[in-house]
Design a protein around this ligand. Structure first.
Ligand code: NAI
Length: 420
């Protein structure tokens, strides 16, 4: 029933459904990839997720890590990742040095970065300059200047560079994107993206280990708190699904918890170049709310709604028709090609956060295999978010902060190298 959208060619993506054992061998390389991880030390949040998601399809094995900037804590973490002592490093510098000295057939193929924001730039830049492919967590860097410098480094290299805005890996998000690209909703009039959490309403900066502490410290988080941490996910999701190019932004940021240095709530209004209007709202202080990332899109022919807390459903309302709920149901002819290719289990078995994260890694591995075998690969309009999306995300953060400081004045938000 569905045809693949124009700029996602089938050749660009390996189909995991039905599961294929040869994916583990990353054709034409015919071997598993070797992963290195920076971050993911004891008690950390997203590093272990990177480890699981990357190995989800058995296409790679983690062989090296600098899991903490404290060598002892790095060593403590290594056994749970199955990483040998000889390749457990006390710093990212030691990791890059040690891995670069190994024969090509042994050293890591890519480095995943799961450390706090202020460290992304130096680690990613050094890894790219050493010739390693990079999977970096968001936001790309601490500020826009760093992001632009990193983009230049990536453009001067031939590495694969991905950014883990992992929600773009959900099959029903990819379905929404392909349906919009196919014109099923007509011209896009409006987007409403919100990411609502509550954990920072109840948690002070001091009582939750590093998780809350660095996120509320401008020197480690960047110019924004909640807006850098999760509004960037919501903004990027709207961009990815609609392809609409922003023109300008007006934003109000608020800090509701007394004594906090950075915003914990905010709303941005975005004017898009083709006339659409968007809203991004993010909160980390809404009692009882968990990870309520929600996307709504209105078009001239219909509208859609998706929530990450029920990620296997996409609600579609077409002009003059009863409401429809599309489900993640491969093999039924109701899924678009990339959405179907991003599914593993038959309908009704819930797929979630890990699978979506793994879908990002899958597409990255396809490009790493291409690079290693000398084949060309796309760098900007990739299936997965990349360094260009990262620069656009940093521009979004900086302009939201600037707007909020100027009583919500309109600020330009047009990034010439943005994906379509
Ligand atoms: P965390 O504080 O839980 O963990 C950070 C880890 O990095 C710790 O183990 C720490 O010891 C280690 N670390 C810090 N500096 C280091 C260095 N120089 N070298 C080696 N290790 C170092 O932080 P969390 O929540 O895991 O966040 C990490 C990054 O991932 C942040 O940039 C955050 O924005 C992003 N993130 C992304 C998510 C997503 O859904 N994509 C979800 C959560 C976080």
């Amino acid at each position: 029933m569905y045809r693949l959208a124009e700029n996602f060619t089938i050749a660009e993506f390996t189909f995991p459904f039905p599961p294929r054992v040869d994916m583990a061998l990353n054709p034409p390389l015919n071997r598993k990839l070797r992963m290195g991880l920076v971050g993911g030390g004891p008690g950390s949040l997203i590093g272990p997720v990177h480890g699981i998601a990357a190995e989800f399809e058995h296409r790679c094995t983690m062989v090296a890590g600098a899991f903490s900037s404290n060598p002892e804590r790095s060593r403590q973490a290594a056994p749970s990742y199955g990483v040998d002592e000889s390749r457990t490093y006390g710093s990212y510098e030691a990791l890059l040095d040690g891995e670069s000295r190994l024969p090509e057939g042994e050293r890591i193929d890519f480095l995943s970065i799961a450390t706090p924001n202020h460290t992304h730039f130096e680690i990613a830049k050094a890894a790219v300059e050493a010739g390693f492919n990079v999977v970096c967590d968001k936001p790309l860097t601490l500020d826009l200047a760093e992001a632009e410098a990193l983009l230049e480094t990536v453009e001067n290299s031939d590495v694969v560079f991905a950014l883990t805005h992992n929600y773009t890996g959900y099959p029903m998000i990819r379905q929404a994107r392909e349906m919009i690209q196919a014109g099923e909703f007509g011209k896009i009039n409006a987007t409403r993206c919100q990411y609502i959490q509550g954990w920072l309403a109840d948690t002070s900066e001091d009582d939750n280990g590093t998780l809350a502490a660095w996120r509320t410290d401008p020197a480690k988080s960047g110019a924004a708190g909640t807006f850098g941490d999760i509004a960037t996910h919501a903004f990027q999701l709207g961009r990815y699904v609609t392809g609409a190019l922003p023109e300008s932004v007006s934003c109000h940021l608020k800090t509701f918890v007394p004594g906090r240095q950075l915003d914990d709530y905010g709303t941005a209004v975005i004017r898009y170049q083709e006339g659409a209007l968007g809203i991004v709202t993010a909160s980390q202080v809404t009692h009882g709310r968990e990870n309520d990332l929600e996307l709504e899109v209105d078009g001239t022919l219909g509208s859609l709604k998706w929530r990450q807390e029920s990620p296997n459903e996409l609600v579609v309302r077409r002009k003059g028709q009863p409401h429809q709920i599309y489900t993640r149901s491969p093999g039924t002819g109701t899924m678009t090609p990339l959405a179907e290719a991003s599914s593993r289990l038959p309908a009704g078995h819930p797929e979630g956060f890990y699978e979506a994260f793994a879908n990002l890694y899958n597409a990255v591995f396809d490009d790493i295999a291409r690079r290693a075998s000398g084949s060309p690969f796309e760098r900007r309009d990739t299936v997965y978010p990349n360094v260009y999306d990262g620069v656009e995300g940093m521009m979004f953060i900086e302009q939201c902060v600037a707007s909020s400081e100027s009583d919500a004045a309109w600020m330009p938000l047009s990034y010439p190298a943005a994906r379509q």
